[in-house]
Design a protein around this ligand. Sequence first.
Ligand SMILES: NC(=O)c1ccc[n+]([C@@H]2O[C@H](COP(=O)([O-])OP(=O)(O)OC[C@H]3O[C@@H](n4cnc5c(N)ncnc54)[C@H](O)[C@@H]3O)[C@@H](O)[C@H]2O)c1
Length: 250
Amino acid sequence: MAGRLDGKVAVITGAGSGMGRAMASLFAEEGAKVVCADISGSQEDVAAAIGTAAVAVRTDVSSSADIRAMIATAEARFGKLDILCNNAGISTPEKQLHEYDEDLFDTVVAVNLKGVFLGMKYGIAAMLKTGGGAIVNTASAAGLAAWKLNSAYGATKAGVVQLTKCAALDYARQNIRVNAVCPGITWTGMVTGSAELTVPPADAPLPPGTPMERWGLASEIAAAALFLASDEASFVTGTAVPVDGGYVAG
Ligand SMILES: NC(=O)c1ccc[n+]([C@@H]2O[C@H](COP(=O)([O-])OP(=O)(O)OC[C@H]3O[C@@H](n4cnc5c(N)ncnc54)[C@H](O)[C@@H]3O)[C@@H](O)[C@H]2O)c1
């Protein structure tokens, strides 16, 4: 059966855990060649589990040199870049704004916001060489609605939403679609501390504020990213799609 990404080459950041890992596996199942990028080392295991359709690259998304090397890996290994998922991100401890260290603020901006900018800057340059592509940025429901004690993280994710929309307009006539997924509270390493436990145990406490009263799953975020990355979304650009169990509707 034909895959939804047959013939496509995808780069996924944060591919060592959670949503990025789920995207890498799903995209490969759908026929894509996948570059698994992460800073943690786990990208090696994810790529090895996929097999010859994947390659791992150690990437710090806040480093321009690393991002350039990541895009160059896609071109050298698989010949082009069709799909880029700027998904890597870090959370911040809950604090009132005046309690944030300046260094912590700079770090979360460097990874969550500048990392997406760098991915798009060098990814788009590669896509322009081959006639287009699709970008899916992982923002957050926290970039659409304000969450208490979450100012630094929320500001970066709101920034990702706006970077997505502005870039979508910039490249609308050049066959590059740019969209964002905005996950709600999702059971991943970011909240569990483990890249391995992909489904919440029955006794896991319910996440606060989610109308569906359950955790989101990394596979559910990956499914939305797959649609946005695929040709099925050929007329979809500049969107920030909540995948959040109703969080931002509430
Ligand atoms: N889990 C949630 O509830 C939730 C909700 C909304 C948005 N998000 C966003 O989803 C994205 C994926 O997170 P996740 O929930 O799968 O968490 P996760 O911790 O399971 O995965 C994030 C991955 O990003 C990698 N990473 C961190 N810093 C990096 C850097 N500088 N360079 C390269 N890789 C780096 C980590 O090593 C990790 O493998 C993030 O952007 C996060 O902000 C998560």
